[in-house]
Design a protein around this ligand. Structure first.
Ligand code: AMP
Length: 369
């Protein structure tokens, strides 16, 4: 079976490698001839809104999926005339606009930070008066890894943030004083069966994910159940097929949703070595109509993103349980170049091994600094 994948970044590369053993070959569409997924599958080079490239990509395909959420709606419509698109394009629409996403989450009973849509400087003044400081101003569309957002701490920040971001439609969110950030990854099959991975604890710096701990420590069964409830409501409401991630803020025993990613997610990379079935395999199983695999963790894992600069490979590989994933991308400050997953049988052993591994991981920009 051949499946088309929109986007050929590292997520696509890992999807193709998980798909191969279960008999699924991938064909990618990506604007870059250097796209990492080209090493693991057929690559069509072209823009996502180029009709000729879309037709070449779709030729002979019955099924198309995607590994990033900013696929233009006109492109999914064009593809939908020839192939089945899973997850359903409705999930893309909800996640492409932060206001639509907030409305959707509220409509299925999932709490979010207080928010206001902002289209003018007057709107912004009213929104700030309603929500108070600090607050986070974000572009409604096309933001990722903390790009397109500013924290407003004092009235003096408002005009500058407006000057930086005000050319696009915006959303203002109340600043959540969270205890920590978590995410839940969940899969839904074509038959409606669902499976959730254990909650993951995420550390961001400068808006970029740096570290994920899985399973997240100190998670009560009630908290896991609440997160799974949120995930299942989202999956069912969207009639979703595939893997998705919900980024969450934990405040006490409450979970506020920050973002829905209708795709495999960076905070699920640990599942390659740390779970019975990886998020990548479960995504391909789901879209292909195959039974979902177990989402159980096989121990305790930490995933460290390699940002801007690569570590010494041999030193990393000398740490027992460490697995290096080099995406083969040109180094650039702030760019995700790879990740390392460290898997151990239990949390105590993981702690000992982390003390050896973490000093080997440089980051540009630095994590603490
Ligand atoms: P996002 O692009 O929405 O995923 O935001 C990137 C990161 O910024 C999040 O993972 C949080 O660390 C932080 N952040 C975003 N929105 C808020 C908020 N409303 N309150 C506090 N922190 C936030």
């Amino acid at each position: 079976m051949r499946v088309g994948v929109l986007g050929g970044g590292q997520l696509g590369w890992m999807l193709a490698r998980a798909a191969d053993p279960i008999g699924i070959r991938c064909r990618f569409l990506d604007p870059s001839p250097e796209a990492p997924a080209g090493r693991a599958g057929e690559l069509v080079v072209g823009a996502y809104d180029d009709p000729v490239a879309l037709d070449v990509f779709a030729d002979g395909l019955a099924l198309v999926t995607y590994e990033f959420e900013n696929v233009p709606a006109a492109s999914t419509r064009r593809l939908a005339a020839r192939a089945r698109i899973l997850p359903p394009p409705g999930a893309l629409e909800v996640s492409q606009d932060r206001v639509d996403e907030k409305r959707f989450l509220e409509s299925v009973g999932i709490p979010v930070a207080p928010w206001r849509a902002v289209a003018s400087l007057d709107d912004l003044a009213r929104a700030v008066a309603a929500l108070g400081y600090p607050a986070v101003l974000k572009t409604r569309r096309l933001g990722y890894d903390g790009k397109g957002q500013r924290v407003l701490r004092t009235p003096g920040d408002v005009e500058e943030a407006w000057a930086q971001l005000g050319s696009a439609p915006l959303i203002l969110e109340g600043f959540v004083r969270f205890d920590r950030e978590l995410s839940i990854l969940a899969a839904r099959g074509r038959d409606g069966a669902t499976a959730c991975y254990p909650l993951v604890e995420n550390l961001h710096a400068g808006g970029i994910l740096r570290r994920s701990l899985a399973p997240a420590p100190h998670v009560s069964p009630a908290l896991q159940a609440r997160a799974e409830g949120h995930a299942r409501r989202v999956l069912d409401a969207l009639e979703y097929v595939g893997v998705l991630a919900i980024e969450l803020f934990q405040v006490g025993e409450e979970l506020l949703a920050n973002e829905v990613a209708p795709r495999v997610h960076n905070s699920g990379h640990w599942t390659i070595e740390g779970a019975e079935t990886s998020q990548f395999e479960n995504h391909m199983r789901a879209v292909a109509g195959l039974p979902l695999g177990s989402t159980a963790a096989t121990g305790a894992s930490v995933m460290l993103n390699l940002i801007g600069v690569m570590p010494e490979g041999p030193a990393v590989l000398a740490v027992p349980g460490a697995h290096l994933h080099d995406y083969g991308k040109a180094p650039r400050a702030g760019r995700k170049l790879g990740h390392v997953t460290l898997r151990a049988d239990d949390a105590a052993e993981l702690g000992r091994l982390r003390a050896r591994l973490e000093p080997l991981i440089p980051a540009d920009p630095p994590i603490y600094g």
